[in-house]
Design a protein around this ligand. Structure first.
Ligand SMILES: Nc1nc2c(ncn2[C@@H]2O[C@H](COP(=O)(O)OP(=O)(O)OP(=O)(O)O)[C@@H](O)[C@H]2O)c(=O)[nH]1
Ligand SMILES: [Mg+2]
Length: 359
């Protein structure tokens, strides 16, 4: 059947029916329908999001994972309700598909053992950076195959939540060293852990000191100023940057407060509700990660962090002997590559591909 007949154009010369005023739709092409198509496709495909929690031992990383995704995640991995969260002894990833209103999210959470317990904390960032780079390498190896999958499974870490201990002073040298390395490789969202141990004034003063430390040590945590795309981004992200690091409290127990079931920590003088902004800033963290910036975190991971990794590896591959298989990269060495500082690398990448063609 003639497609033109199936969907008569709003501008067709046929006499219009009495219900459609003749010239009102003149010029209408129907481009906006592409949004519906994108939505239908995205709903069918679902979303992938990978998050990692990092920080010193006992700061509430595993508990926060539970708080973030409630019983939709993690409960199956915690041995029995009401049992204390066990110490995390090895880096472990758990994947769950969670569904809300027909939207599927394949969520992978990587919980990491706490660091900083050793007398010598030298290179305690190696296993974490090693894992992050390993996921980039996996993606790259799939991407460069001649016959590649239509959809490459994405295990790259889109966001790393870094827990700062609630010392009330400033960032410790270990945190500074760790963060400097991490921020070059992945999006880092900074939080003040166990914020219930600080008063409101202490939290505020601590936050300002940490912000000052970040500036003086050139640590660019998410959302990075240089990646704001327009004025709207700048306005929204400036507000977030002003509140970072979020002072959060984690909990895995529910309590009854005024007839409502709330997640919180029970103390002698009352219940600290994690969802209550008057008690802590957990809702700001949750909104940033899931409700407002999930896609942006994925975009920056792909366009900036992964791209930097890819450029480094492809440049390395130029050192390999030329021949039919030269693009087929050998596996990355165990250590992380010397990744440059995050930057929009589109030009670099294009230049690189031009070089490639010259071979
Ligand atoms: N006061 C307070 N305690 C918390 C908070 N979050 C977690 N805890 C408690 O701190 C203890 C350690 O929590 P975990 O979640 O196991 O800490 P972790 O960072 O995963 O520890 P490791 O696995 O050893 O690295 C548990 O008893 C939690 O109930 C918080 O926000 N405030
Ligand atoms: Mg843990």
């Amino acid at each position: 059947m003639d497609p033109m007949r199936r969907s008569p154009s709003p501008c067709s010369s046929r006499p219009s029916s009495p219900r459609t005023p003749p010239c009102k739709m003149l010029g209408y092409v129907g481009i906006e329908a592409v949004l519906d198509q994108l939505k239908i496709k995205a709903m069918k495909m679902g979303f992938e999001f990978n998050i990692m929690v990092v920080g010193q031992s006992g700061l509430g990383k595993s508990t926060m994972v539970y708080t973030l995704f409630k019983s939709k995640m993690w409960k199956s991995t915690i041995p029995g309700l009401g049992m204390p969260t066990p110490q995390t002894l090895k880096l472990q990833s758990v994947t769950h598909v969670i569904e809300e209103k027909g939207v599927k999210l394949k969520l992978t959470v990587t919980d990491t053992p706490g660091f900083g317990d050793q007398i010598n904390n030298d290179k305690c960032w190696d296993p974490i950076l090693g894992y992050i780079n390993e996921q980039y390498e996996r993606y790259l190896q799939e991407e460069i195959l001649i016959t590649r999958q239509r959809h490459i499974p994405d295990t790259r870490v889109h966001c790393c939540v870094y827990f700062v201990p609630p010392t009330g002073h400033c960032l410790r040298p270990l945190d500074i060293e760790f963060l400097q390395r991490l921020c070059r490789t992945v999006n880092v969202v900074l939080v003040i852990a166990r914020a219930d141990s600080l008063t409101i004034e202490e939290r505020e003063a601590f936050r300002r000191r940490i912000q000052h430390n970040l500036r003086t040590h050139c640590i660019d945590v998410y959302p990075q100023k240089c990646f704001d795309e327009d004025i709207n981004d700048r306005i929204l992200n400036s507000k977030i940057r002003d509140r970072i690091p979020f002072a959060v409290v984690g909990a895995d127990q529910e309590h009854l407060v005024n007839g409502r079931c709330v997640l919180g920590r029970k103390t002698k003088w009352g219940i600290i509700e994690v969802e209550n902004l008057a008690h802590c800033e957990f809702p700001l963290l949750r909104d940033l990660l899931i409700r407002s910036h999930l896609q942006d975190l994925k975009d920056i991971t792909h366009n900036v962090h992964y791209e930097n990794y890819r450029v480094c590896r492809l440049n390395e591959s130029h050192l390999l002997p030329r021949g039919p298989g030269w693009v087929n990269l050998t596996q990355a060495p165990a250590g992380p590559p010397a990744t440059p500082r995050p930057s929009k690398v589109r030009h670099q990448v294009q230049d690189d591909s031009k070089d490639d063609e010259e071979y």
